[in-house]
Design a protein around this ligand. Structure first.
Ligand SMILES: Nc1ncnc2c1ncn2[C@@H]1O[C@H](COP(=O)(O)OP(=O)(O)OP(=O)(O)O)[C@@H](O)[C@H]1O
Ligand SMILES: [Mg+2]
Length: 581
């Protein structure tokens, strides 16, 4: 699409308009430079790359103009200048909530659409006049030529480099701009070149769990921590969407094309991406789902504050893990399986060797002796794909004590159960609504785990995304133990250890745990000693919550400290920070 066609079209309209700003806008920037998305690599130092364009003269100009580089570039400051966004909520909406994702630049309005009677997620960014829009497009065009970075520039702050080049171009055009115009242009250039273009505010919104694009010209849908599934005022034209998809794939180091149209990948910030390119597989056009990465994983203390687990259940996991019991987290999509697995993994003793195996990297631990492995697709035809099964087999030779498997879906299930049967402790997740369904799935095609091997699995925790009143909450629904095979029927026996009570919103201990009995026996503890240990650990969790020790690093450090010298930790229970320094 020609640039010329674009800026004639219209002013940038905020709510409800698929943004013309996205079209033709390069959104890629990879780690080695600032790179437009449309096929040119943007970083290579190739000589004749832009001879046909006037840009060549800009490049000469920039190399001559080195002296100016230190000129102060003023960056926008909300406190000082006030907002750049002019919010006009259409009459059909009533504002329910508003918050800044980037102060003064991108505002989210949760608007109640009076026609449909539903909430919508409206993104507002600075509006541009025709002149500003035209200028932005021109800068985009010219920046492609000058953003061929020198090795020295690549090392520098990318934002600075971008702004320096932009200012040099504006000088070159002979323009003196108003402060606000400059700020707006800076905002869009940074968001497009370094950020994720129109997706950028969404990627930065900590309230979002998932971003999904269902196809061409279909509004994006989100999963919002407070407003749940919600429609946005953002949609993409086919060519913009395809170029965005290519950028998403490229920035995660993967290749996507009509020939190989599906990928699972990890974005540079750790978010998980599933992407399907073109209309062949997904008929409404390119689609993607981004599971946003929470920079800091939920710690057990946070899950306790939220109410997913209570102290009893956490102490149960704590003792079970210390005593090498294998766990499986099951539940529906996005019920919090991986999050729970990650959280309880912080209970793993400090120097134990851990190997994690995932399709896309999600698990984050604070643990030194940890090999984090990820599968990979074949990079070319006949190339070597490495799947979960391969990684798991390799892991068995690395003598790990704990093996964490992101999600079990295929042939690796058998190997995983072999690992359990040969004395490894494994934590994994699997899709499944109930314990029975999960067992059935494990035993059938294509997983085919023999029933007698299943006994090596100790604990299954069922996660659920459920309603509590009108609120949508994540709760452990039940925690069960696999208690062997009933000799008369040949069925697996399960023992319910914790059950969720929806009326009181608590997860209650049933008082019967084979795992606890087994631990007591192995440690030579009497029932009273076991009870004392449980209540000491509960008091530690309560003290951590009270003292605000909840980030995963502090939490893991404290569990490590407890493992090494429990008495010392207990003697500082009034001020646990003293133990973790
Ligand atoms: N207990 C919780 N409380 C609040 N938010 C949670 C909780 N557990 C998970 N989340 C959030 O829910 C989303 C989904 O979590 P997670 O990826 O753990 O689910 P999952 O069951 O593994 O999903 P999938 O089936 O897609 O693998 C994430 O954004 C996560 O931050
Ligand atoms: Mg998961």
């Amino acid at each position: 699409m020609g640039i010329g066609d674009l800026f004639k079209s219209r002013k940038i309209n905020n709510a409800g308009d698929s943004s013309v700003l996205d079209a033709g806008v390069p959104v890629a920037a990879n780690t080695s430079g600032i790179q437009p998305v449309d096929g040119s690599s943007g970083i290579k130092e190739s000589a004749g790359a832009s001879q046909k364009k006037p840009g060549a003269s800009y490049r000469q100009y920039f190399s001559l103009k080195k002296g100016d580089k230190n000129k102060a570039i003023e960056e926008y400051d909300f406190e000082r200048y006030g907002t750049l966004v002019d919010v006009q909520i259409p009459d059909t909406y009533e504002s329910v909530d508003q918050y800044w994702v980037e102060q003064g630049c991108s505002l989210i309005v949760i608007g109640h659409n009076k026609r449909t009677n539903q909430n919508e997620y409206l993104l507002f960014e600075p509006s541009l006049s025709d002149f500003e829009y035209e200028l932005l497009e021109r800068l985009h065009e010219d920046l492609r030529d000058v953003l061929i970075l020198t090795a020295e520039e690549i090392k520098k702050d990318r934002k600075r480099t971008l702004l320096e080049k932009m200012h040099a171009l504006i000088d070159d055009y002979g323009l003196t701009l108003e402060q606000f115009t400059l700020f707006k242009i800076q905002y869009f250039l940074i968001r497009n070149y370094i950020g994720w273009a129109r997706l950028d505010p969404l990627m930065k919104d900590p309230q979002l769990e998932d971003i999904s694009c269902d196809g061409n010209r279909v509004p994006l849908f989100l999963y919002h921590r407070r407003y749940r599934n919600i429609k946005t005022n953002i949609a993409f034209e086919p060519d913009v969407l395809n170029s965005l998809a290519i950028t998403l794939a490229q920035r995660s180091g993967k290749h996507i094309s009509t020939g190989s149209p599906m990928i699972d990948a990890t974005l540079p910030d750790g978010s998980r991406l599933q992407l399907t390119f073109g209309t062949e597989v997904t008929t409404r056009g390119t689609s993607f789902t981004i599971r946003k990465f929470r920079e800091e994983p939920f710690s057990p203390i946070e899950l306790m504050e939220i109410g997913t687990f209570n102290a009893d259940a956490l102490v149960y996991f704590w003792l079970a893990i210390e005593n090498n019991k294998s766990l499986l987290f099951i539940g529906g999509t996005a019920s919090g399986k991986t999050t729970s697995l990650n959280a309880v993994s912080l209970f793993i003793p400090p120097v134990a060797k851990v190997v994690s195996i995932e399709d896309t990297r999600e698990i984050t631990l604070f643990h030194d002796n940890w090999i984090a492995s990820v599968t990979r697709q074949a990079l070319s035809e006949g190339g070597n794909a490495i799947n979960m099964f391969d990684l798991l087999r390799a892991a068995m030779r690395q003598r790990p004590e704990f093996i964490l498997v992101g999600e079990v879906r295929g042939a690796e299930a058998q190997t995983l159960f072999q690992a359990m049967n040969t004395g490894h402790t494994t934590f994994s997740t699997m899709h499944g609504g109930s314990v029975d369904a999960a067992i059935h799935r494990l035993e059938s095609e294509p997983l085919n785990v023999p029933r007698n091997m299943m006994q090596a699995l100790n604990i299954v925790s069922v996660q659920g995304l459920i309603y509590h009143g009108t609120e949508r909450v994540r709760r452990a629904q039940e925690i069960v133990e696999i208690a062997g095979i009933d000799p008369s029927t040949g069925n697996l026996r399960v023992n319910n250890v914790f059950m969720y009570d929806p009326v009181h919103d608590i997860i209650g201990y049933t008082g019967r745990s084979q795992v606890y009995m087994d631990i007591a026996e192995r440690r030579g503890w009497t029932r009273e000693q076991m009870d004392t240990e449980i209540s000491l650990r509960k008091s530690i969790l309560a003290a951590m919550m009270k003292q605000g020790i909840r980030d995963y690093i502090s939490v893991a450090s404290l569990f490590h400290a407890y493992y090494i010298d429990a008495k010392n930790v207990l003697s500082h229970i009034e001020d646990l920070r003293k133990v973790i320094g």
